[in-house]
Design a protein around this ligand. Structure first.
Ligand code: SF4
Ligand code: SF4
Length: 107
């Protein structure tokens, strides 16, 4: 099977306006605001082939050791390697292939 090289320019996911963590605790307002028409078109045209985390949180839901969390300030996905047993479930369920398992070097 042959694959075609993607000609699309790489573009990062657009950062959406969202309520602060403090404001979320005090109201039932939507956390993320929607996109404007032009923003939605730009987002739809974005290449989805990037191996970048899209913050879907599937890995965190399925981690048996609950060692995947989101950073409170940055919102990025964090893996606590002190508790990770290396089962690889997170890497196998990640739809973006953003998690790579590597062998730990012997100390
Ligand atoms: S499953 Fe993959 S894309 Fe989703 S939050 Fe985890 S690392 Fe990110
Ligand atoms: S490899 Fe580690 S972080 Fe990933 S699901 Fe298993 S225990 Fe959780």
């Amino acid at each position: 099977m042959m694959t075609k090289e993607c000609k699309k320019e790489t573009a990062k996911k657009m950062k959406r306006k969202a309520l602060s963590f403090k404001a979320r605790r005090k109201s039932f307002a939507p956390v993320e605001y929607g996109l404007l028409r032009q923003e939605a078109i730009k987002e739809a045209e974005r290449c989805l082939g990037l191996r970048e985390c899209q913050y879907c949180e599937i890995c965190g839901l399925l981690c048996p050791d609950l060692c995947i969390t989101r950073g409170e300030k940055t919102g990025e996905v964090l893996i606590d390697l002190d508790f990770c047993k290396g089962c690889g479930i997170c890497a196998s369920v990640c739809p973006k292939g953003a998690i790579e398992m590597v062998l730990e070097e012997a100390k």
